[in-house]
Design a protein around this ligand. Sequence first.
Ligand SMILES: [Zn+2]
Length: 321
Amino acid sequence: MGEQAPLPQDFLDLSADCGGDPLRVQGPGGNTSIKLGETLWIKASGTELANALDDDIFVAVDRAIALAEAKGAGDGTCQAAILDPERGLRPSIETTFHALIDWPVVAHTHSVATLVHATSDQGFAEAKRKLDGLPVAFVPYCKPGRPLTEAIAAKMTPSVQVFVLGNHGLIVAGDSAPDVATLMGEVERRLAMPVLADGSPPEGSAPDGFIWLQTSALAHDAQLFSLATQGSYYPDHVVFLGPALPTQPVDGAPACLIQGQDLAIRKEATPAQKAMAQCLSDVLTRLPANWDPNAIGSEAEAELLNWDAEKYRQALAARRA
Ligand SMILES: [Zn+2]
């Protein structure tokens, strides 16, 4: 061991294509994997699919150990399955479902079109209609990691190749990277949503230390403003931006939404935080007015941020006061 296995070029291309499209992957979100013999190659935690062609972003894990962790052994992080610990890469938190899904190539994205549908009952019903005829399963929201893998296991059959993950995203699996790319393209085409809301450029200047994101629809549309400031809708938003956007600058919050102006983001925000703020705008501006998205709720937020649920509720209340 000690060097990167020569991964198939079409697999690297699939990974980079997903990572290069902000409507499918934002920042370090999403992950791809390929099973070669007894080894599962999976995107490493914290790396970006967009860099798949240039950097070593994949880590090798023992497929059998990862599968055992998917089914309840170990701690579910698959760190015990790493084949080459000296490289210092940790497998994605989502490795267990890649091991569980028994197809050679698995690609997981935080597809905006999927998120628009998979946050509301109306959207789910519409997605079921649009994806009719495809080998698809619908999975309710669960915390990423082994809880999500267990929810996927409950819906999985040998023929299912597409998983729509409630308040989270999309998984597409297949025999080869080109097969996955084709099937994912079909799902994206069927679920694609036009931008329905737009705003006008902000007239005021951004708060001290902030810049406008230049995506102002959320600040101008009363319904979208209330959605963005009252809840969070998928895990990476919470991980990178915290819970619902505050309506003015708040210590520790990298972004805020100023009514009638724009989404403001701190000047020193990371590219991942900016990508996640853009993602919120991309999702909410495609939401039909008569769909009612379900926020993941404070308990799920506390889980994602590794907070005690009661302490988290108190901190949230203080932030809103
Ligand atoms: Zn994910």
